[in-house]
Design a binder for this molecule. Structure first.
Ligand code: SAM
Length: 391
């Protein structure tokens, strides 16, 4: 079939769904004839699955998913803000909880399977990370120069620039997320009163490390792993190398020996990870520029999850990570949150999620971003706290 025929069949399928959604036999015939389910209309980017969500037909949604309709196509609008809605977002906008879950769960299954395949095969080109910029490549990021600044609203920012675009590596508005994370990791931990052993990966602006240091009593052991030369210089200038109980390990966490990571006395009470340009493992979402990169990014954090049972010192120990993958679209954010939970389960950890209502706590996000790329536009940040399952 040539591309004109495919386009013709694809648009016929979408038209039929809108005009005659109960005509399932006709829709099945079009699919059998090869109507491409990935086809999206030129003007509004509507796919067959979007159309099925607009007409709120659960039978059609099932039929399209069974026939391989991609769950993650997004609808690009021509508006200046150009935001993408997946079909599941349309279902959600109609309060179609059942339809939303159907597509969301198909997304979880697909992504989970793709990740499993990618970890077994070196040859799946679609899963390779092809963005060589500091936003998408850890090595390019670590070689780049960082800018530490304060914006017109007094917000502290650590950013990186590539090809004229600026991405925040860490931004002051995340302080609320960091504070809630510290509260949930530390406040009622059984060892809190005697001092915790804490491992943090990724210093950034030092927001969470300041919070750990301000615990009462402060941590008895506080190790920070940081890989970027400019961040290490800031840490030195701010006296972090001289703080009692603080140990700084320079380099990527992936390159440290197990002994360095595991600390002493058999592990940590609290472990947190928040890196950059690594994918699902950290803040890949910030650098993330395409879907294959997002898929690729599943691997790093999963690798980290797998070593957690060796890092945590028992069932009371707690782990959290910055949960930002896919956070520019609510369905994709939901899918990756579910996948993180499944991967943590595989590693032997159970996770509890708490929602941080960013709109309520921060107000409109209009001024949050300035000229930087928006990497998180969900109302709720889904905060994970994981503990090891009792054997
Ligand atoms: C988002 S910032 C961390 C922000 C921090 N949570 C805070 O509260 O300010 C990410 C940090 O991780 C560091 N980083 C990136 N990749 C790393 C890796 N593989 N190992 C260790 N640090 C890494 C970056 O240099 C950066 O300082």
């Amino acid at each position: 079939m040539n591309s004109d025929d495919a386009t013709e069949l694809g648009s016929q399928l979408i038209e039929t769904i809108f005009q005659d959604p109960s005509n399932i036999p006709q829709i099945q015939t079009l699919i059998k004839e090869g109507a491409p389910l990935w086809y999206q209309t030129d003007d509004e980017g509507v796919s067959a699955l979007h159309a099925a969500c607009y007409v709120e037909s659960i039978d059609l949604i099932k039929l399209l998913l069974e026939n391989g309709a991609p769950w993650n196509l997004s609808l690009e609008t021509d508006s200046i803000d150009s935001f993408g809605n997946t079909a599941a977002d349309i279902a959600l906008s109609f309060n179609d909880e059942e339809n939303y879950r159907l597509i969301r769960d198909a997304g979880v299954r697909t992504e989970f399977l793709l990740h499993a395949l990618s970890s077994q095969s070196e040859t799946l080109d679609v899963l390779k990370n092809e963005d060589p910029s500091p936003f998408g490549s850890s090595s390019a990021f670590l070689e780049s120069n960082l800018i530490f600044s304060v914006d017109k609203n007094g917000q502290e920012i650590c950013s990186v620039i590539s090809d004229g675009e600026t991405v925040g590596v860490m931004m002051g508005w995340e302080r609320n997320i960091m504070q809630r994370t510290v509260d949930l990791l530390c406040s009622n931990h059984p060892s809190h009163t005697t001092g915790l052993r804490i491992l943090n990966i990724g210093f950034g602006l030092g927001i969470i490390d300041d919070m750990f240091q301000n615990l009462n009593p402060p941590p008895i052991q506080h190790t920070i792993i940081e890989a970027h030369k400019d961040v290490l210089t800031q840490m030195r200038n701010k006296g972090w190398y001289d703080k009692p109980g603080v140990k700084i390990l320079e380099g990527r966490w992936q390159d440290l020996t197990d002994a360095a990571l595991y600390g002493y006395d058999g592990g940590w009470d609290v472990v947190y990870i928040d890196t950059f340009a690594e994918g699902y493992e950290g803040k890949a979402n910030k650098g993330e520029t395409n879907w294959s990169q997002t898929l690729n990014s599943l691997t790093e954090l999963k690798n980290y999850f797998d070593i957690l049972p060796n890092l945590l010192n028992g069932p009371e120990a707690r782990f959290s990570f910055f949960n930002g993958l896919g956070a520019t679209n609510s369905t994709i954010y939901d899918v990756y949150t579910q996948i993180a939970e499944l991967h943590l389960q595989e590693a032997g950890l159970s996770v509890q999620w708490s929602d941080v209502d960013l709109d309520a706590e921060l107000g409109s996000d209009k001024d949050r971003w300035g000229d930087t790329r928006k990497y998180f536009n969900q109302r709720f940040y889904r905060l994970p706290i994981a503990t090891m399952d009792q054997i």
